[in-house]
Structures are given as C-alpha cells and as structure tokens.
Design a protein around this ligand. Structure first.
Ligand SMILES: Cc1cc2nc3c(=O)[nH]c(=O)nc-3n(C[C@H](O)[C@H](O)[C@H](O)COP(=O)(O)OP(=O)(O)OC[C@H]3O[C@@H](n4cnc5c(N)ncnc54)[C@H](O)[C@@H]3O)c2cc1C
Length: 324
C-alpha cells in the first residue's frame, strides 16, 4: 500500500529537517525523501566537519552536529525517511498529490513542501579515478577519523580542496594537494595556511593513475607535472574535490515557476501550484538570502500555511512551542 502522509518533504537538508520537526509540532504526519543516502543536504555532503558560525543559538556548530540535532529535534514526531530515493514526478491525486519516486513507489501527500536546495548535486569526476569511488577515492570526507594515520592526496584547487587539506593535516600521516593549474580558486588565506603547515602542494599537475598495493587496496597515485617526469605519491585515500554540478532535475517538470534553478514563492511560501510549497535554498522571492537560518524561518512559515490550507479552521500562528 502506498505511503500516505499529510506533508511530503522533498529534500532532507537543514530546511527539510526543520520542516519535519515543525510539521510534527503542528500535528501533521510527514515523510522526507532525499536522493542522498544520509540526511543533511549540502551540510552533510560538502562540509560535515566545518564549523558554522551563523546559526542562531550556536556561536559555532560543526555541520555534522547541527544535522544530528535537527534529526533529533524531529524524531519525536516520527517522520518517515525515504533516503537514497529521488522524487521524480508530481501528480494530482484524490485529496492531494501523488509523488512518484524513482523505482515507481508512490507517496500520497495532502501537501508537498519542496526543500530541494540546489537540487541533486553530482561531483565532477576525476578521470583517473574511474572505478575507485568507494575503494579509496571519495569526493567528500564523511568521517575525518577514517583517515587517521593515512597518506591522503587531495585533488583540486578550490575552497573545499583546501578545507579538506587543513582538516586532514593534523591526523593524517601525510597530506598532499594536486592541482592542475598554477593558480587556485581557493581564498588566499587558506592557501597560505596550508603552505605554512608545510603541506606538499603540486601545481600544473594531474593525477594520471591510482594504483593498488599487494592487498588490493589503494596504495599510490601517479602525478604528471607539466613538462616533467611523473611522480608517485603514497596514497591510502584520494579526495577528489573538483567541484560539483547541481541540477533541479525532475522538479523542473512539476509545472512550477522556476527561474535560475529556484522556485518562485509568495510570502506564505506557496508556489502557485495548489498545495505545493517551497522553502530554503530552492525558494526564491525578492531579497532572498540563501542561508541555513533563512531556511529554518521559511520552513516554519511554509508548514504553518500548509496547516491552514489543510484545515481552514486551524490557526496560522501555532502558539509557542515553549507553552506545550
Ligand atoms: C561549502 C559550503 C559552506 C557553507 N557554509 C554555510 C554557513 O556557514 N552558513 C550558512 O547559513 N550556510 C552555509 N552554506 C549554505 C547552506 O549549506 C545552504 O544554505 C543549506 O544547506 C540549504 O539547505 P536546504 O535544506 O534548503 O538545501 P540543501 O542543503 O541543498 O538540501 C537539499 C536536499 O534536497 C535533495 N534533493 C534535491 N532534489 C531532490 C529530488 N528530486 N528528490 C530527492 N531529493 C532531492 C538533495 O539531495 C539535498 O540533500 C554553505 C554551503 C556550502 C556548499
């Protein structure tokens, strides 16, 4: 039997997770679908170990801890998590909407809240790493501890590449950075920090091969520096931080008003398609600022307006959580 909920939240980033809490607080049942295998959106995928300084109430909070707190906050309301599943199609159903997931499963929802952020993000591939993903090569570092005592080669020249270098340096046995240009896209301050730590930085260079050791695990990479003989670096792990492409994908076909990969909403976070609301990075209106803090506020606005849409007798203002 198809899963049936009051609100289907598309995207388990910070906005969707806070939306799941808020929907529960308003007495609405929810399911949260995300194409990534873990909750947390951009935070989990791209910067789980970074400190975030602009979330109200936390002078500094590690990305991973913020996501853990959001999941805990929603947990008492038992949202159904459909992780590793993509929302493909939106259809109008009886008393609401049917969202078809990849694989054909249908979720029936009385309303849909789209919190799809920048959409599905796909890391840019490292050509020499073909076949090594999950066998020593990663695009994001889910756990720094997994690299303690390892030789790590980071590939890329942007902020993320240098962030991983700086985060891994204290615990890895060695960290080297390989970049195919002489100049970096990363902020000068973090490049300087890496240089001052003595990180081996190889520019004008490309990783041309990943090779296994006798045990079959990744052991070294070959690096071709322009005009020079190839060098071999020890590598238990390669972090291919070459950026990513983002795409709203199937949501673009849901009949929404989409401009520059964002969905136009009004001040209630309604999209113009009946019973479909949007919040967080994916929602656009004049003066929009894309921040985690903004997403939290928009999620609360969207859910309170959904509550009234689903039950015209309900109050828009929910009362204060501290009074419950
Ligand atoms: C390196 C970096 C550092 C940052 N630092 C800060 C900071 O310090 N402070 C701050 O406020 N913000 C920061 N941001 C921005 C912040 O991460 C975003 O504003 C925030 O993640 C937006 O949350 P969201 O839930 O709206 O979207 P996202 O976090 O993008 O989550 C959207 C989710 O929707 C899923 N999804 C999309 N389409 C589908 C679909 N069709 N089916 C299923 N799932 C789907 C995606 O897989 C994703 O998990 C940073 C961003 C980056 C990249």
């Amino acid at each position: 039997m198809a899963l049936s909920v009051d609100v289907l939240i598309v995207g388990a980033g910070p906005t969707g997770l806070f939306g799941a809490y808020y929907a529960g607080f308003r007495g609405l049942s929810t399911a949260v679908v995300d194409s990534l295998p873990e909750a947390g959106g951009q935070v989990t995928a791209m910067y789980p170990e970074k400190l975030i300084y602009d979330v109200g109430g936390f002078p500094a909070v590690r990305g991973r801890d913020l996501v853990k707190g959001l999941v805990e906050q929603a947990a008492p309301w038992n949202p159904a998590y459909l992780l590793g599943r993509k929302a493909e199609e939106l259809r109008r159903g009886d008393d609401g909407l049917d969202v078809v997931l990849d694989g054909g499963e249908v979720v029936h929802a009385r309303a849909v809240l789209i919190t799809a952020g920048i959409g599905e993000f796909t890391p840019r591939p490292l050509p020499a790493g073909d076949g090594w993903l999950g066998r020593g090569m990663v695009h994001f570092v889910p756990s720094l501890d997994a690299h303690a005592g390892q030789d790590v080669v980071v590939v890329g020249g942007g902020d993320s590449a240098f962030d991983w270098v700086l985060a891994l340096h204290p615990l890895a046995s060695s960290v080297a950075l390989v970049h195919r240009r002489a100049r970096f896209r990363a902020a000068e301050s973090i490049v300087t920090q890496a240089r001052e730590l003595g990180v081996r930085i190889i520019t004008d260079a490309e990783v041309t091969a990943l090779r296994e050791g006798p045990d079959g695990a990744l052991a070294e990479v070959e690096v071709q520096v322009k005009g020079e003989e190839p060098v071999v670096l020890p590598a238990h792990a390669v972090v291919a931080a070459l950026g990513f492409t983002a795409d709203l994908g199937p949501i673009e076909n849901w009949g929404l008003d989409i401009h520059q990969r964002a969905i136009r909403v009004d001040s209630t976070m309604a999209t113009g398609v009946e019973r479909v609301f949007a919040a967080g990075d994916v929602a656009a209106y004049p003066g929009k600022v894309k921040l985690i803090a903004t997403g939290f506020g928009e999620a609360a606005t969207a859910i309170n307006n959904i509550a009234v849409t689903l039950d015209p007798e309900a109050h828009l203002f929910p009362g204060h959580s501290s009074n419950l």
